[in-house]
Design a protein around this ligand. Structure first.
Ligand code: ADP
Ligand code: ZN
Length: 725
């Protein structure tokens, strides 16, 4: 049986392997053993019942509260050539009748139902005439009062389930708390059932927490590097949504808002536009997301702090369902924390207690100095024992980025001590900077020995230092007054027993200067973006003709593989991810000729799997040749400086010489080495375009001296490498 299941996975769905636990769950279900399947969003729950449904003789009923998703799910199945239907209140009476007739005629393997529909007498009557082999309950956490989405009508499912005692029962959810899991099994009386709990580590999500400073600019910097990609930006309030939406629109971004204050029609339209790739960005409150099945959401930004870890996890979970890397960036500010605290203070009793616990857990995550996956995954009761995930800001930050701030920390903390730990971060910064503010004079703080000893830094830098000290556990904020308190660990710094190492500026929203997150494969790194764009356009055209979302035709992953392997015939096309026999028949003739023509025009050949060769290079022995070759093999400028025991600027001049001799260099390494935002980089390139790239001084002047020479030297090389000069 499981062999047959695998065949369906490959032939119908076009996937090579089962994901962890899918195979086990499917086998269990095929053996008619009740199963509870718990996987994170995007984990691949649907296949767990869809594949058995295709192997059972009778019908599989799928109960789901997400009416808006049913159409999407059925369309997706039909594209794969799996006969499926749905019954819910969105159908016209005529469509409803038609679907009932098709069911009676045995034309469907899967039937999606809203719980209300299932409870209606005619539906139960209808089902009793049919053979039911599998009774599936999606979003099963809705059955539990302990879940975040309790729906009373779900309680009655237990009763209905008894009508079909011969059918195997499958319950699925992405909710992880043990309490809810127990509830599901108990209420559905799945006595003898087996649990399949997948890991909640979403490995392809890159997690970042960034200090919020100028959120609009920070978000613009981020978006600049991701044109044409789909993303969601979550805000705390409707007002914030409207404001950010109009700012982004004003900047020329393809964006729409979504919140409960909009008319229902507009909300639906905006959501639909996002799903169909008519718009790239949705700015939304937490109202957005339930019932979004879009697999290619490439980023989720939190403009404001989320309420708690559970909703944060759910929201970032909407990114990267297709398994390709996706970015999750949270803008963190102390005043957001205070806002949430304010709301919590309005509450009472246990409700307040619970909310406070949630906030603590969230803050623990935000302030965590090591791998972020640990606090996140631990929260869901799972151990995380890897040290370095390579996919969160803390792990990606290179060791050399850590700087020693012991001296400044000592100044800062002794100023706190001298003012008896009664003041907040801003006041301490003012004292250190010798401010003339009234509050300083009134308190006699201009008489302190620490008054004015911190002129060398801006106020902003001192504030950033205070955040670093809090993050690293040297300082604590007084819960009630916000004044800074020195911890025992902090006292060690004052005594000179401990050094303070860290990163001061955590406001960058683009990953310049960090190590690259690992990409899953060569395919993702090296696919042909031009072909990808052409295929994407074709996909959008086909989708609009058929009135379905583009991803239902093929997910991005499929187009990316096409743009890497260049399949020229049906045999190689079917080997591509997500291409099964039905889609091959439907779309082969749309995509194959495009790929062939593209390859012909660009002199490209089909790539065979597993045969990517690495070309080895030999060296002439001259130092700048060695530097050039090592650089091209992927080493960073910093690495080379260390390896050759010289300064960075020497490496840069070696590389310049190499270029000047007519050799080529990869521009990517220079771009990575620059710490400017992409937006600023392009400004620099525009100046080079204008005054020429050779001499740095005119470029420096052209940019109003806003970019220093070191940066210009790096970008000069990037520019020349790119333009083959
Ligand atoms: P969930 O319901 O758990 O949120 P889905 O069932 O929607 O997740 O699956 C998420 C994505 O992963 C879908 O695009 C699906 O086609 C894909 N997928 C599922 N199983 C596999 C597999 N074994 N191999 C490749 N892709 C898969
Ligand atoms: Zn990590």
């Amino acid at each position: 049986m499981i062999q047959k299941a695998k065949e369906i996975l490959q032939k119908t769905f076009g996937y090579n392997e089962f994901r962890p636990l899918q195979g086990d769950a499917i086998e269990n279900i095929l053996n008619k053993r009740d199963s509870l399947v718990i996987m994170p969003t995007g984990g691949g729950k649907s296949l767990c019942y869809q594949i058995p449904a295709m192997l059972f003789n009778g019908l599989t009923v799928v109960v789901s509260p997400l009416i808006s998703l049913m159409k999407d799910q059925v369309e997706q199945l039909e594209e794969f050539g799996v006969p499926a239907l749905y019954l819910n209140s969105t159908l016209t009476p005529e469509q409803y009748r038609q679907n009932v007739n098709r069911l009676r005629a045995g034309e469907a393997k899967l039937l999606y139902l809203a719980p209300e529909t299932l409870m209606m007498e005619p539906t139960r009557q209808l089902l009793s005439e049919l053979t039911l082999d599998c009774f599936t309950i999606d979003e099963a956490h809705c059955i539990s009062e302990w879940g975040h989405d309790f729906r009373p009508e779900y309680r009655q499912l237990a009763q209905v389930r008894k009508d079909f005692s011969d059918a195997v029962c499958v319950a699925l959810t992405a909710t992880a708390t043990p309490r809810v899991r127990d509830d599901i099994q108990q209420i559905l009386e799945m006595k003898d059932s087996d649990r399949f709990v997948a890991s909640f580590d979403r490995k392809n999500l890159v997690l970042r927490v960034v200090d919020k400073e100028n959120p609009l600019d920070q978000i613009l910097d981020f978006l600049y590097t991701r044109p044409k990609q789909s993303g969601i930006i979550y805000c705390f309030s409707r007002r914030q949504v409207d404001e950010l939406y109009s700012d982004l629109k004003h900047e020329g971004h393809s964006v729409l808002p979504y919140h409960a204050g909009l008319m229902e029609g507009e909300r639906t339209r905006n959501q639909e536009a996002f799903i169909r790739d008519d718009v790239n960005i949705i700015v939304a409150t937490i109202a957005f997301g339930m019932g979004i099945n879009k697999p290619d959401v490439r980023y989720v930004i939190h403009h404001d702090m989320p309420q708690n870890i559970e909703s944060y996890y759910q929201q970032i979970g909407r990114a990267g369902r297709d398994g390709i890397n996706a970015d999750c960036m949270l803008l963190y500010s102390y005043s957001d924390k205070q806002k949430i605290q304010y709301f919590i203070n309005q509450k009472e009793g246990t409700e307040k207690e619970v909310a406070e616990k949630h906030l603590d857990a969230l803050l623990n995550y935000l302030d965590y100095g090591k791998c972020r996956r640990k606090p996140l995954i631990n929260y869901f009761g799972e151990e995380y024992d890897k040290k370095d995930c390579g996919m969160c800001d803390n792990c990606l930050r290179q060791k050399d980025d850590l700087q020693d701030f012991t001296v400044q920390a000592q100044k800062y903390m002794s100023c706190i001590a001298r003012t008896e730990q009664l003041y907040g971060a801003y006041h301490i910064a003012d004292i250190l900077r010798g401010s003339e503010a009234k509050k300083i004079k009134q308190n006699g703080h201009d008489k302190l020995s620490t008054y004015g000893i911190g002129i060398e830094w801006s106020k902003n830098q001192w504030i950033q230092l205070s955040r670093l000290l809090i993050r690293n556990g040297y300082l604590e904020k007084d819960q009630n007054h916000g004044s800074l308190l020195i911890t025992d660990q902090g006292k060690e710094v004052l005594k000179g027993n401990e050094r303070v190492m860290g990163v001061l500026d955590r406001t960058k929203t683009t990953a310049d200067g960090e190590a690259r997150p690992r990409t899953s494969s060569d395919v993702e790194k090296k696919y042909n973006e031009h072909l990808f764009e052409e295929l994407r356009k074709k996909r959008k055209e086909l989708a609009d003709e058929r009135d379905i979302p583009p991803y239902v035709i093929f997910p991005d992953t499929t187009l990316i593989e096409m743009s890497y392997y260049y399949p020229m015939n049906e045999d190689s096309l079917i080997a591509i991810y997500g291409v099964g026999s039905s889609k091959l028949k439907k779309y082969g003739d749309d995509f194959l000729p495009m790929i062939r023509e593209f390859c012909k025009k660009n002199n490209l050949e089909e790539r065979t799997r597993g045969l990517d060769k690495k070309v080895s290079k030999h060296s002439s022995g001259k130092k700048h040749h060695r530097v050039g070759e090592e650089y091209n093999s992927g080493k960073t400028i910093d690495h080379l400086a260390e390896q050759f025991g010289v300064k960075k600027v020497t490496i840069l001049s070696n590389l310049k010489k190499y270029l000047d001799e007519g050799y080529s260099l990869e521009p990517g390494g220079f771009l990575d080495a620059s710490s400017l935002s992409e937006r600023k980089k392009d400004e620099v390139f525009a100046s080079m375009e204008k005054v020429g790239p050779e001499l740095l001084k005119p470029i420096y002047e052209e940019l109003d001296k806003t970019v220093d020479y070191n940066e210009l030297r790096i970008l000069q090389l990037a520019y020349m490498a790119q333009n083959g000069e």
